[in-house]
Design a protein around this ligand. Sequence first.
Ligand SMILES: [Zn+2]
Length: 135
Amino acid sequence: MKTQLTRTNVSPFKKIAEILMEDFPYYAGWKFIEKKRGTMHYCAMAYLEKKKGYSDWRIRLNLIDNILEKYGFPHDESTKERLCPVEGCKKTGPLLGLIEHMNAGHKLPATEIANAIERIEHDNRRLPPYGGKEF
Ligand SMILES: [Zn+2]
């Protein structure tokens, strides 16, 4: 019972970070899902979807909306503009966009994306004045 209470207090950032810390066949690109040597590999987002019980074909066809909200992110939090936590990088975007960017752009291992997500939660840096749009 105590454990149950503690779990519900875990922030959604921590929840998705914990999932990406799991040892799973990871694909460092934003292609959702791909079979390699007989094993299905998942990108960060695809694995987050898989863990919510979605089937591979649904993930492959990208038929899942607002996966972050399914992990408990309020809509405002999931769409809020944030800064990429990778040092020296100026990319901004909503959390899911940054996960995609770290996944396919920086090609970070899943565990590093997990650490980066926890850094995003506590990131107090100001967004660039131009609104963070990339040219
Ligand atoms: Zn970046």
